[in-house]
Design a protein. Structure first.
Length: 199
């Protein structure tokens, strides 16, 4: 286990509901807390209507929004950013041009090391501004946002249904699974990578 990372935990599960024809009816991002020796970091903040469950998830970890000093948005879609406003004490790391309020840091070069055991990589395809966070803890975790929104994208090896470039999306998925042991996807519970399955 790395000395720098104390814990990594999903504090608000993601959700993705589709109609029988594949139309997205409801999408709410996973919110993950990374605690290191230096920082309390949230990856994505979900929709306004998930605010209560997000605050409850923090409370279960004995934290308030003021305790979060870093937020990372995996991309700029609203189901991943709408609760950023809760974290007025935090620096917000993004890769997208945005109108977000607060102390935004635009990550421009990759890999970007937030800490020794936390790096941000560029993973376009779902959107041009998609990034993923690679965390070295007891295993290697990839917090992917919608670069891998659900486990079926990995097991069926298909790009996210919403994408700007299917080939780039698949390249990003390959990059992620070659690095990681555990995927924390944008809209479902974590799952383990089967290394023999890597494309």
């Amino acid at each position: 286990m790395s000395g720098g990372i104390r814990s990594i935990k999903v504090i608000k599960p993601g959700l993705l509901v589709r109609s029988e024809t594949g139309v997205i009816l409801d999408a709410r991002s996973t919110v993950t807390l990374i605690q290191s020796e230096k920082n309390n970091i949230l990856v994505d903040t979900s929709l306004k209507k998930d605010r209560e469950s997000l605050l409850f998830g923090l409370q279960e970890q004995n934290l308030t929004p003021k305790d979060i000093n870093i937020v990372i948005n995996t991309h700029g879609h609203r189901d991943h950013v709408e609760n950023n406003v809760l974290f007025s004490s935090a620096k917000i790391y993004v890769h997208h041009l945005n109108k977000l309020r607060g102390k935004c840091v635009k990550v421009k070069s990759f890999p970007y090391y937030l800490e020794k055991d936390i790096k941000i990589i560029e993973t376009p395809g779902h959107s041009w501004d998609s990034i993923s966070i690679i965390v070295k803890f007891d295993l290697i975790y990839a917090l992917t946002g919608d670069a891998i929104p659900i486990k079926n994208n990995y097991f069926e090896w298909i790009p996210p249904i919403v994408h700007v470039d299917a080939n780039r999306a698949l390249e990003s998925m390959k990059q992620i699974v070659q690095l990681a042991d555990i995927i924390i996807p944008g809209h479902e519970p974590p799952f383990r990578i089967e290394k023999s399955f890597i494309q």
